[in-house]
Design a protein around this ligand. Structure first.
Ligand SMILES: Nc1ncnc2c1ncn2[C@@H]1O[C@H](COP(=O)(O)OP(=O)(O)OP(=O)(O)O)[C@@H](O)[C@H]1O
Ligand SMILES: [Mg+2]
Length: 279
């Protein structure tokens, strides 16, 4: 990434987010920055608070404190629908698609096109032909090769299904796409296809937030890595500046990263166990 794009204004930004559930603090003063046109990986141990952070950024939970800005403007999302209206789309790992419906219907789920005139406005008839045409054009544009858009999604492979879910969110997203573990259930080939698709989305200029536990995938695709630990951002780094072992050490607290990007050994024993040394 060039110096100028590093200094670009964030598309989505958060400062000091807090969310408590009784005694449990799920988000503990978390910051977040997503730049235009980047793939930002969000990684962290189980329970670090990644999902909670992403939920706050996509309207699925309302934080107790803190500020969220979209393109510099403070925003408050009352629910996922409200974030969607701002152009933020989320690809959920499980509830991604309606299995028994065909691909074109999935693309337009909840946003169906009606026939023109009274057939659509009065009788509420769906314009299936127009939805199929638009879905076909969109899939082709993303380089997703599927034999038939009238095929039920349940008959697709896991990777193809994930591709449909990603394509749907790309079709509607205007500012940000968030993907929660999009390759978790996929094989090597299918994961590769989804990663390719994420790259194509990024190349269209849409920034992508990718939650992942898969370190090789993160290193392969991320422009920057947000490391989440104990409810807040522990580091925001570039993959080319750190080894995977170092990133794992930041996740576990064995290493910490100074503002300038240099690593500092926070816990010598843990760092030794992770096989890393500070620079
Ligand atoms: N609705 C809730 N009620 C109570 N506690 C919650 C709730 N949601 C999350 N938490 C707690 O907040 C903390 C962070 O959870 P979160 O799901 O955000 O972690 P995560 O980083 O996504 O973990 P994983 O990698 O396992 O998905 C955990 O301790 C969790 O138990
Ligand atoms: Mg989670």
């Amino acid at each position: 990434m060039s110096e100028t794009s590093t200094k670009a204004a964030p598309v989505l930004q958060a400062r000091g987010l807090v969310k408590r559930y009784g005694q449990v603090t799920a988000i503990d003063g978390a910051d977040f920055d997503l730049l235009p046109g980047e793939v930002l990986a969000v990684i962290g141990d189980n329970g670090a608070g990644k999902t909670s952070l992403i939920k706050a950024l996509t309207g699925a939970l309302v934080p107790d404190r803190g500020e969220i800005r979209l393109n510099g403007e403070p925003v408050r999302f009352s629910g996922p629908q409200s974030a969607r209206q701002y152009g933020i789309e989320t690809v959920y790992q499980d509830l991604a698609v309606a299995p028994s419906m065909d691909i074109a219907s999935n693309m337009f789920l909840g946003r169906e096109l009606r026939r023109p005139g009274p057939l659509g406005s009065v009788l509420r008839l769906l314009d299936k032909k127009r939805m199929r045409e638009q879905a076909a054009a969109h899939m082709a544009d993303l380089g997703i090769g599927l034999r038939s858009l009238t095929q039920a999604v349940e008959t697709l492979s896991g990777g193809q299904r994930q591709a449909v879910a990603v394509a749907r969110s790309v079709a509607w997203a205007r500012s940000v796409i968030v993907m929660d573990e999009p390759t978790a259930a996929l094989g090597v080939k299918e994961s590769g296809q989804v990663l390719d698709l994420i790259r194509r989305v990024r190349d269209k200029g849409l920034p992508v937030v990718l939650i992942s536990h898969n370190m090789p995938h993160v290193f392969e695709i991320a422009d920057r890595i947000h490391v989440h630990r104990l409810g807040r951002r522990a580091a925001l780094i570039r993959p080319q500046d750190h080894s995977m072992a170092e990133v794992v050490a930041i996740m576990t607290g064995a290493l910490s990263v100074s503002e300038g990007g240099g690593t500092v050994v926070a816990d010598t024993e843990a760092a030794k166990a992770a096989g890393v040394t500070a620079d």
